[in-house]
Design a protein around this ligand. Sequence first.
Ligand SMILES: [Zn+2]
Length: 308
Amino acid sequence: MQQREVGKYPYLIQVEGGDPIEAVLIVGKAEGKTLVVTAGVHGDEYVGIQAVRELLEELQPEKLNGRVIFVPVVNREGFYNGTYLVPEDGENLNRCFPGSQEKSLTWRMAYALEQSLYSKADFLLDLHGGGLHETMTPLVFFPVGAGKEIEELTRKAAQKLSLSYMVQSYAKDGLYSWATQRGVPAVLIERGGGGTWSPEETEACKENIYQMMDFLGILPYDRRRQFPAEIQDAHYETALSKGYWYCVKTAGAAFREGELLGRIEGEDGCVRQEIRAPYDGVLLYHTHSLGVKEGAALMAYGRVRGRK
Ligand SMILES: [Zn+2]
């Protein structure tokens, strides 16, 4: 990390008792801010992983003011095994922050990421997507539980991104959310899902990274396809029992207070659970599996800020 010359450099994040996490440091022509971009914390969320892969080819260090550190696939074993979990211990890395040297591999990965990335980042961007069983509309989570200063800065950053929604988040135990608890401004983008990726989604994700670099003064970029609407009072619904899951709305759809959003039926056809809208809002993402077990995530929705 001592490099001062313009260029791209491999950067290894050492993990106690495990393989190092591979990163790439890009040093620009002039001093400036440092953006950290992480992809593949969940190994089956492909759009961000492919976007970083392509950007590492495209970016020319001599055009940048400042630095970018890319971690192309944080959870490589998960990626090669097609899972969001870390296969060695079956943990979800985005629930293992703050990390610990005393626990299993995933916790030690979290510890290593904190130690090597947080102190270098002026801003951290973590790239995710919907899971294998999720359909999602593109959105960015920004923190509202880490102080006014971070909230205002990350809200401004999120407003620069071309995607559908910017969602207030109170999470604390993930790579990006724990960063904000430690005073590092950070946001999490969700794009794609269902275990798929496309060139169009990859382009849109790359555009979001360019927009973030523009926000930080690292590289000018002025294209905006759309501006996000801000979401508050996000609700995350889970299954009260196992059954057949019928989601009535599609991701991104608006609904009125009292409308049916989805239901679970038992094998006998009786309705076990009905989800009705507590307010006028929009559906952010939903599980598209027909069969769900008790406790399964079903959907997330929220209210558009400024609309009644
Ligand atoms: Zn994820």
